[in-house]
Write a protein that binds this ligand. Structure first.
Ligand SMILES: [Zn+2]
Length: 298
């Protein structure tokens, strides 16, 4: 027999896990680069996050084709414990600005799997695969603390023709709403959703660009473009790096692998499935490593 401490049992999902303490030790506080302005004018910017547990991994494993925006909402609803005291849920996750959601996914990645990211990218010149190492802390973040939900842009559509258009910045609900549309339609639909009164006025192409530029200036953002040189052919290129999609991929263990890990721990430690799934991947794997050591023949 090997000696081990029994993790705090968790019943009934993530909220209880946090309250009972097994994961709260790993919770962390981060400041959103944008933040959320509520209808009553209150500003929410300090987020408390916990790492993914096996429950979230199990969900990801059983929803292999789910679009990134939906998976992000799901994970933030579960792992964002609170935002300046307001408990996290699906609604809150959807109201967060796109840049804040990306930022939180990056932080989830950091507290769940660590700061170092190792990715394999393909050179657009010679198709050679190359290893790229970066640190979560090195990703440049454009902080744009929000002062209001609505902004105004003075748009000009030809000489002497200008008007004021009220808009807000795109959030998670907008990302979800345009899922499945082709990119061109999605951009138009996203813009319309973000105009006050649903944007009943038709926008000229120049006006759309004007609003998109105004949005880009006001929105918090992660700069996820990597400047790379191919070690094979020497070509210099810029590679967009979608950390949220990458992280979702990293966390998406195959269902049968998670099942085997749960089985091994249940078999030897006699913990319940819910107890095992309440552990983070790091902790689950640490127990499995101890188990493998203990079971290794002399
Ligand atoms: Zn190359």
């Amino acid at each position: 027999m090997i000696e081990t401490t029994r993790p705090t049992p968790a019943v009934g999902g993530a909220r209880t896990v946090v309250a009972s303490g097994s994961l709260v030790r790993d919770a962390t506080r981060v400041t959103l680069p944008g933040g959320l302005v509520l209808d009553d004018g209150r500003f929410l910017g300090e987020a408390e996050l916990r790492p993914l547990s096996g429950y979230e991994e199990d969900w990801l494993a059983s929803h292999p084709g789910v679009p990134s925006a939906l998976a992000t909402t799901y994970l933030l609803a579960r792992c964002l414990i609170s935002l300046d005291g307001v408990p996290g849920d699906r609604d809150l996750a959807r109201r967060l600005l796109v840049g804040d959601r990306d930022f939180l996914m990056l932080q989830l990645r950091r507290i769940t799997l660590g700061d170092r990211i190792s990715a394999v990218l393909v050179c657009p010149g010679c198709q050679a695969r190359m290893d790229v190492d970066l640190a979560v802390g090195e990703v440049p973040v454009e902080c744009r603390p929000q002062g209001a939900t609505w902004h105004v842009a003075e748009l000009s559509d030809g000489p002497g023709r200008s008007r004021a258009v009220h808009f807000r910045l795109p959030n998670g609900a907008d990302q979800e709403a345009v899922l499945g549309l082709d990119p061109q339609t999605a951009v138009g639909a996203l813009l319309r959703r973000c105009l006050r009164d649903g944007g009943d006025a038709e926008l000229a192409e120049g006006e759309k660009t004007g609003i998109a530029n105004a949005m880009a200036e006001l929105a918090p953002d992660l700069d996820l473009e990597l400047e790379l040189n191919c070690p094979e052919c020497g070509e210099a290129f810029l590679a967009p790096f979608d950390t949220s999609a990458f992280f979702l991929d990293e966390m998406r263990v195959r269902g049968h692998q998670l099942l085997r890990e749960v089985h091994a721990l249940a078999f030897y430690y006699h913990w319940s499935e819910s107890e095992i799934l309440s552990l983070t991947r790091a902790r689950r794997r640490a127990y499995l490593a101890l188990l493998a050591d203990a079971l290794r023949p002399e």
